[in-house]
Design a binder for this molecule. Structure first.
Ligand code: PEP
Ligand code: MN
Length: 269
């Protein structure tokens, strides 16, 4: 089915390429959220991400601060004028995020895999005019990715985008080069892009690389391939992050990477 998409943003975030979305993997505490937002605001980031609900592969880890963290995002918006974004993985989470005025939602890799859940979330978002980004499913199935986008589109959500965060694979130890957490399969993803022309493409180098060291070349590759935006995990104190500590960078480190690869949008003030 041929889909038509509307721009993700029509205000001053619109038209800027690459669109930069940055913030911590998880909203841990109010002070961590506000300190990170302060740092990112100072380096010019306009869209703040933070996971309020965290889907953990195994039970027992930090599963997010939940509903109370939505208030912290509202504070970020009020203090810094940044737009806010979070992941929703159930219809109830989508309802709560909408009620709290979150500006942009994303669907996580584990949710894109499940057509039942995707349909339930699409039903909640029916006719809502906010941008929704759909991460690739963790398994390398481009049809599932397209199907999730179609479900949202059929529900009337037309401000859509896709996020490449890499695919989980068993990698042969002798051919694993470089050893990413999730394989980007850049060339195969070009087939996906060709099937949904006009769909904004965002790259998430943090979850592809799984380690800070990979960020610059993954970001540069996404720009070389004309991706529309980047979603990067940034934490005020990465070493002590409660989730994904090895792949997060401070706001100042992020600004340094932007300078190195020639991204002009976010610069120290
Ligand atoms: C995240 O963005 O923090 C996240 C959980 O991502 P993914 O769904 O790509 O694993
Ligand atoms: Mn993460």
């Amino acid at each position: 089915m041929a889909l038509e998409f509307q721009p993700l943003f029509s205000d001053d975030c619109g038209g800027v390429k690459p669109l930069i979305i940055a913030g911590p993997c998880s909203a841990e505490t109010r002070s961590q959220v506000l300190a990170t937002a302060d740092g990112l605001h100072k380096v010019g980031v306009k869209i703040f991400r933070a996971g309020v609900w965290k889907p953990r592969t195994r039970p027992g880890g930090f599963e997010g601060s939940g509903v109370k963290a939505l208030q912290w995002l509202a504070e970020v918006k009020e203090r810094y004028g940044m737009l806010t974004a979070t992941e929703v993985g159930t219809p109830a989470q989508a309802e709560a995020a909408l009620a709290a005025g979150v500006d942009m939602l994303w669907i996580g890799a584990r949710t894109t895999c499940c057509p039942f859940t995707m349909q339930e979330i699409a039903d909640v978002l029916k006719g809502e005019d906010l941008p929704v980004l759909v991460k690739n499913p963790s398994c390398a199935d481009l049809e599932l990715w397209i199907g999730a986008i179609e479900r949202l589109h059929l529900a009337g959500v037309h401000r859509l985008g896709a996020i490449l965060r890499g695919f989980k694979t068993f990698i042969h130890p002798e051919t694993a080069e470089p050893p990413y957490r999730n394989t980007p399969f850049w060339d195969e993803v070009e087939r996906f892009r060709a099937e949904v022309p006009g769909l904004p493409m965002i790259c998430d180098p943090s979850h592809i690389g799984g380690a800070r060291v990979h960020l610059p070349h993954l970001m540069a590759e996404a720009i070389r391939r004309n991706y529309d935006g980047l979603m990067i995990e940034s934490h005020i104190d990465p070493a002590h992050a409660w989730t994904d500590a090895s792949q997060q960078v401070t706001p100042m480190q992020l600004a340094g990477i932007f300078r190195k690869i020639g991204v002009a949008q976010a610069m120290p003030v």
